[in-house]
Design a protein around this ligand. Structure first.
Ligand code: HEC
Length: 161
């Protein structure tokens, strides 16, 4: 059994660590509660099935702020530490023809999924972005992508069709 003084010290240290984590932006992966979204099962679908879904955007926004904002910026407005995620879909959204636009977005969905699940490493193997494959369901990944799409539309005034 720990002595009360030691317990107090442990508590102070834990609080200090939590404050430090917040000060630098929380970059620890957190699971995302996707209650309310259509369940997709364990086999990955090739592209975002929630594209344009308001509930997915809402869940993605919350998941984004808890997991990604520390590096990619609040509301996906990059402060330059990590790439600007609002550029990911930009070229696709400028395509007028719907079938071509959708095919282009399918490609960015696939790219996004790959990066989020595997994270990013330097050539020496140091993670510059965490891998989220052990914490995110596919519902969570697609909700995040729905949020990024929606923010890109908001920022550019491009139209979804
Ligand atoms: C610890 C900081 C950090 C966190 C947290 C983080 N990222 Fe990243 N992310 C990076 C860095 C740095 C890169 C660029 C790495 C490189 O190119 O080598 C990157 C790259 C990416 C890319 C590729 C961008 C491009 O233009 O090719 C995507 C997509 C991405 N992150 C999405 C996310 C999402 C979604 C989250 C939250 C679930 C997230 N990231 C959390 C640091 C982070």
């Amino acid at each position: 059994m720990k002595k009360p003084a030691l317990r107090l010290l442990a508590c102070v240290l834990a609080t200090a660590a939590a404050v430090a984590a917040v000060a630098h932006g929380d970059v620890t992966p957190h699971p995302i509660d996707t209650t309310g979204l259509k369940a997709l099962g364990s086999d990955w679908v090739p592209a975002n099935p929630y594209r344009g879904d308001a509930k997915a955007v809402e869940i993605g926004a919350d998941g984004y702020e808890h997991n990604c904002a520390g590096c990619h910026g609040l509301r996906a407005e990059s402060g330059g530490v990590a790439p600007d995620l609002l550029k990911l879909d930009l070229d696709c959204l400028k395509i007028a023809q719907k079938a071509k636009k959708d095919a282009c977005l399918d490609d960015t969905d696939d790219y996004f999924k790959g990066v989020v699940l595997r994270g990013k490493k330097t050539s020496e193997g140091r993670f510059t972005m965490p891998a989220y494959d052990s914490v995110f369901t596919q519902e969570a990944v697609w909700a995040l992508k729905s949020y990024i799409d929606s923010r890109t539309l908001e920022e550019t005034g491009a139209k979804a069709n």
